[in-house]
Ligand binder design. Structure first.
Ligand SMILES: [Zn+2]
Length: 458
């Protein structure tokens, strides 16, 4: 089976305008999970998706959690066939700065073959691919070749704080043979790809405190340790001159990349100077002696995300500040253990902190990296589906980002996972002017329609 069933393809093509209209309706609901003012919109969006799933012939319901509800739909009319759990999310990121949007963020607008709007690709448009594909099967054949369960989350953009509890609470609804997650991008428009690794995530806030309050730098300069200087020493100690993280034990559990994988990375079209220029930096940095794609996908990072303290108003104010703070985060790979990494960084920070200040550290986050097997039959099926949908066999890539629910599926449900997203790297997700290329959307719908046929044959 290398090509999509022509009747499925014809149906998908005939529905293109309907799919765009449907996506516009979803985009119009400002389901921003980070903003409590939009709680009603979040719930309305969940309701809209449940209604849509019911409309296309699935058994659908709202699954309540301790936070935003899940939109759930199932079609289980294929006894003896695999059950596919499809995951996506309907919540979106905030839209500021709103003045940078060329069309209103909650008004899906088609320009030059792309649909613009918040959530167009992350992740409403990618959820729509699956509902459209399910609809195509049910309308053309009256049945799906596999059992499907669709779970659409409403808190992915705020770190999925209630997702693991929901996994436990709705065990029956989540019982499946394969998980399919569509919340990632391909390498480039003409390079279809399947993602086989996702990095984990932990973070810290470090507070360095000195005197009880800001002090006169003339009277006390020379006898009191400056918390900003102490913090700067700590931050500077985190990496060595080769860009390697200098925290003892940080790299425990990081696998060394195989030579074949390096060779594969070299095959991918990646122009370092152009990519750096596109980001507005004069050159890339990072661990010496490793390819940029390796550093982005297969190596851990430790980054400063924010730093503040002392006087920041107009003019000068000659003080020794009372305190200084930094926020740090690490992306994890391989078998790195979040708890151990958190401890290692805390111990290092305490060890290098100079005398004369107190250090307080809070850590958070517990997401492990996920590596899926590219030899799993479900992944091979997904590769054939992508070839059918986009006319080209996909390459295997990693992603530097983190998708918490994928880690939960991996650790708790222990399901084989297929990470099949079709966004593009320039889709501006989380930024103004988020868009989804219609060619990717329509190719994605056909890919998913064919994927179900491929998975039925496993
Ligand atoms: Zn997303």
């Amino acid at each position: 089976m290398n090509s999509i069933d022509p009747s499925l393809a014809a149906y998908c093509d005939a529905q293109r305008d309907a799919h765009i209209d449907e996506l516009k309706e979803w985009i119009a609901i400002p389901s921003i999970s980070a903003d409590p003012e939009h709680r009603g919109d979040v719930r309305a969006c969940c309701g809209r998706l449940v209604a849509r799933m019911a409309e296309i012939g699935m058994m659908a319901s709202v699954l309540e959690t301790d936070g935003n509800p899940l939109a759930y739909g199932e079609w289980l009319g294929a006894p003896g066939k695999p059950t596919v759990l499809i995951y996506g999310h309907y919540d979106v990121q905030p839209v500021d700065p709103v003045e940078l949007w060329k069309s209103p963020p909650f008004e899906g607008t088609v320009r030059d073959g792309k649909i613009y709007g918040r959530g167009s690709v992350d992740d409403k448009g990618q959820v729509l691919m699956h509902l459209a594909a399910i609809d195509a099967h049910l309308r053309t054949r009256g049945a799906l070749p596999v059992n499907v369960k669709v779970v659409i989350e409403g808190e992915e953009e705020i770190g999925s704080p209630n997702f693991e509890a929901a996994l436990a609470r709705y065990k029956d609804e989540f019982a499946a043979d394969i998980a399919v997650i569509s919340d990632t991008a391909v390498f480039a428009e003409d390079v279809p790809s399947l993602t086989t690794s996702i990095r984990g995530l932990v973070h810290w806030e470090v507070t360095v405190s000195g005197p009880t309050n800001d002090l006169h730098s003339g009277y006390f300069g020379g006898i009191v340790r400056n918390p900003i200087e102490a913090l700067a020493q700590i931050v500077a100690s985190l990496k060595d001159a080769d860009g390697r993280v200098a925290v003892p034990g940080f790299y425990d559990g990081v696998p060394e990349i195989e030579p074949e994988a390096v060779a594969e990375l070299r095959e991918l079209p990646f122009d370092e100077a152009r990519e750096a220029g596109g980001l507005g930096v004069p050159a890339f940095a990072g661990e010496r002696g490793r390819l940029p794609l390796e550093r982005m996908w297969f190596r851990p990072t430790l980054e400063c995300n924010g730093i503040w303290g002392g006087y920041q108003g107009p003019g000068s104010k000659t003080i020794i500040p009372s305190w200084a703070k930094v926020k740090l985060s690490a992306r994890l790979v391989g078998a790195q253990d979040p708890a151990r990494v958190k401890r290692a960084v805390e111990e290092h920070v305490r060890a290098v902190a100079p005398a004369g200040v107190r250090v307080e550290i809070h850590s958070d986050g517990d997401v492990r990296a996920v590596v899926t097997s590219r030899t799993h039959p479900a992944v091979a099926a997904a590769a054939r589906a992508m070839q059918a949908g986009f006319g080209k066999a996909p390459v295997f890539i990693g992603t530097g980002g983190t998708i918490g629910p994928v880690a939960s599926f991996d650790r708790i449900l222990k399901l084989p996972q297929v990470l099949i997203g079709v966004g593009l790297p320039d889709d501006q997700i989380h930024a103004p002017n988020e868009k989804f290329n219609l060619s990717q959307l329509f190719g994605g719908i056909k890919t998913m329609a064919h994927l179900y046929d491929e998975l039925a044959a496993l």
